[in-house]
Ligand binder design. Structure first.
Ligand SMILES: *[C@@H]1O[C@H](CO)[C@@H](O)[C@H](O)[C@H]1NC(C)=O
Ligand SMILES: *[C@@H]1O[C@H](CO)[C@@H](O)[C@H](O)[C@H]1NC(C)=O
Ligand SMILES: *[C@@H]1O[C@H](CO)[C@@H](O)[C@H](O)[C@H]1NC(C)=O
Ligand SMILES: *[C@@H]1O[C@H](CO)[C@@H](O)[C@H](O)[C@H]1NC(C)=O
Ligand SMILES: *[C@@H]1O[C@H](CO)[C@@H](O)[C@H](O)[C@H]1NC(C)=O
Ligand SMILES: *[C@@H]1O[C@H](CO)[C@@H](O)[C@H](O)[C@H]1NC(C)=O
Ligand SMILES: *[C@@H]1O[C@H](CO)[C@@H](O)[C@H](O)[C@H]1NC(C)=O
Ligand SMILES: *[C@@H]1O[C@H](CO)[C@@H](O)[C@H](O)[C@H]1NC(C)=O
Ligand SMILES: *[C@@H]1O[C@H](CO)[C@@H](O)[C@H](O)[C@H]1NC(C)=O
Ligand SMILES: *[C@@H]1O[C@H](CO)[C@@H](O)[C@H](O)[C@H]1NC(C)=O
Ligand SMILES: *[C@@H]1O[C@H](CO)[C@@H](O)[C@H](O)[C@H]1NC(C)=O
Length: 414
């Protein structure tokens, strides 16, 4: 068996923790909805997301009952985490309408990267929540690992990887990539800004040593979100694509994660699945008992926010002018209701099934996970955004007051 051969090879050759080892969970889509249980628990969130992972996702997410979900879009069913990122829209500049660009699939990489001394890599603590990226980033700083953590690949072209949207059509899709911070403060599973309990490594966003403030090296999570831009018209010289929060440049891309893994399985995989598996989960004995691809690809839940999100729409759902505007106000905007039991999909006007393909091979995506140019040398946490008393005003009630929403926008909480 290939599997046992790989495990045996690790034992016999006594390989050091390889900086090339990784596995890929290729997720299908759970749902698309204007929800964000980290930033807006219990409420309609500020912009539309695509969500992958465990089926017990909703406006609020428990900290303890992940493993009770019926299914997850992860082929490894032991991973009952949720992950989400903003939706991308196609902007029709002739009549200023927006149409949702379907996500084809999401490749979730777990990279075994221990830094210069091959430090032991820890599993995410149970229930860890974290956010990578920042809605209000409108510049690119090549010395900031948080900025370098976001890249774009224009599939089907030779256009080099970039830190903002490519300016040509990507006939096989636009791959938005983001690396999560991999250094943990060893104290809290969340923080007021949902970022400052985590930090990027010192040398690079996806490899390196942890600053003393965040001493625990956890496994590096790297995402590829593939948007099917090729099914839409592309007009050169115009900004054809805009994220659901109004960003038509791409600097504000972000992603959220809540750890819902079976800890035993995750810890076992980090310890033992250190061969160069080329992303193949079947190569890891800890995963094999819970791999169920048919269940993963059929795992979906209905949207619960009662509003059209596919379009063509005359504006992005929520108050999301382009370009991204702090403290934007949209007089007369009505917040839609959260409907228990889900929204009739006809009302959502879903056209995502029109995508060209439903899966993308991930057998040789090694190149995209390789180390980013190493240019940072700061031990500070570039990912943290200032914590203010405003961000602690997170209400547990169902609806936020307009002033709470305004404060969240002001401080980049999304
Ligand atoms: C899980 O499955 C049961 C039985 O089919 C169903 O009643 C329940 O709503 C499902 N829960 C979720 C979170 O999908
Ligand atoms: C889950 O944990 C987070 C972070 O510690 C906390 O803010 C939140 O209130 C918890 N949620 C529940 C439902 O216990
Ligand atoms: C805008 O143009 C697109 C493409 O030509 C068309 O599909 C859509 O219906 C138009 N929307 C409106 C509101 O005119
Ligand atoms: C790596 O190990 C060397 C030798 O023990 C030590 O001097 C150095 O500080 C270590 N580096 C890190 C980042 O831990
Ligand atoms: C760019 O990032 C570096 C490293 O975090 C930081 O020291 C520097 O101040 C940043 N530059 C700007 C203009 O924000
Ligand atoms: C993290 O905290 C635990 C428990 O307090 C401690 O045993 C461990 O040494 C800490 N790890 C690091 C890298 O500081
Ligand atoms: C987690 O996985 C281990 C190993 O497969 C299994 O024994 C245990 O029952 C699982 N825990 C839960 C909560 O499913
Ligand atoms: C649904 O889609 C159709 C065709 O794409 C469009 O004309 C219509 O305006 C959409 N309806 C809503 C409510 O978005
Ligand atoms: C947004 O509002 C905050 C507080 O209400 C204020 O401090 C800040 O200057 C405003 N920012 C802009 C760009 O208007
Ligand atoms: C869903 O909505 C469509 C269009 O409004 C309607 O024709 C259909 O009967 C509805 N389906 C259900 C199950 O309510
Ligand atoms: C995988 O990609 C690498 C780097 O682009 C290339 O050298 C190698 O031949 C590829 N392997 C396969 C099996 O395609």
């Amino acid at each position: 068996m290939v599997i046992s051969f790989l495990c045996a090879a690790v034992a016999l050759l006594l390989l050091p923790l390889s900086t090339n080892a990784f596995w890929i969970l290729s997720h299908s889509i759970l749902t698309k909805d204007r929800l964000d249980p980290i930033i807006d628990p219990g409420d309609v969130s500020m912009h539309v997301h695509t969500i992958i992972g465990a089926s017990n996702f909703g406006p609020t997410v428990s900290n303890t009952s992940f493993q009770t979900a019926n299914c997850t879009t992860s082929p490894v069913q032991a991973d009952m985490s949720n992950y989400w990122a903003p939706q991308l829209y196609h902007r029709n500049l002739q009549n200023n309408t927006y149409t949702l660009i379907p996500v084809v699939n999401v490749n979730t990489y777990y990279l075994q990267r221990g830094g210069t001394n091959n430090t032991d890599i820890a599993a995410f603590p149970p229930g860890l929540r974290m956010v990578a990226g920042n809605v209000y980033r409108t510049t690119f700083n090549k010395s900031s690992n948080a900025d370098l953590a976001i890249t774009y690949v224009c599939l089907g072209t030779n256009v080099p990887q970039s830190n903002e949207f490519p300016t040509t059509n990507c006939k096989d899709g636009l791959r938005a990539q983001i690396t999560f911070p991999s250094c943990w403060n060893n104290k809290t599973i969340d923080s007021e800004d949902h970022q400052s309990h985590m930090a990027y490594p010192i040398q690079a966003p996806d490899n390196g040593d942890c600053p003393s403030t965040h001493p625990v090296k956890v496994i590096t999570l790297f995402h590829e979100w593939i948007f099917n831009v090729g099914i839409f018209d592309y007009i050169p010289g115009q900004k054809n694509w805009v994220f659901s929060f109004g960003d038509d440049v791409g600097y504000g891309f972000h992603a959220d994660f809540i750890n819902g893994w079976n800890q035993t399985v995750l810890e076992g995989a980090i310890k033992d699945c250190t061969a160069s598996l080329f992303g193949n989960v079947e190569g890891c004995s800890h995963f094999v008992p819970t791999i169920n691809r048919p269940l993963a690809s059929s795992c979906t839940i209905p949207s619960v926010v009662d509003e059209p999100i596919v379009g063509p729409l005359s504006s992005l759902p929520g108050c999301n002018p382009t370009p991204v505007t702090k403290n934007a106000t949209c007089p007369g905007l009505v917040t839609p209701k959260i409907v228990s039991g889900g929204v009739n999909s006809s009302a959502i006007n879903d056209t995502s099934s029109s995508g060209k393909s439903s899966s993308t091979p991930v057998t040789n995506s090694t190149g995209s996970a390789s180390s980013t140019t190493n240019s940072a040398n700061s031990a500070t946490n570039p990912a943290s955004i200032s914590t203010t008393s405003a961000s602690s005003a997170k209400p547990s009630k169902r609806h936020l007051s307009p002033s709470d929403r305004k404060l969240k926008r002001t401080y980049g909480l999304f």
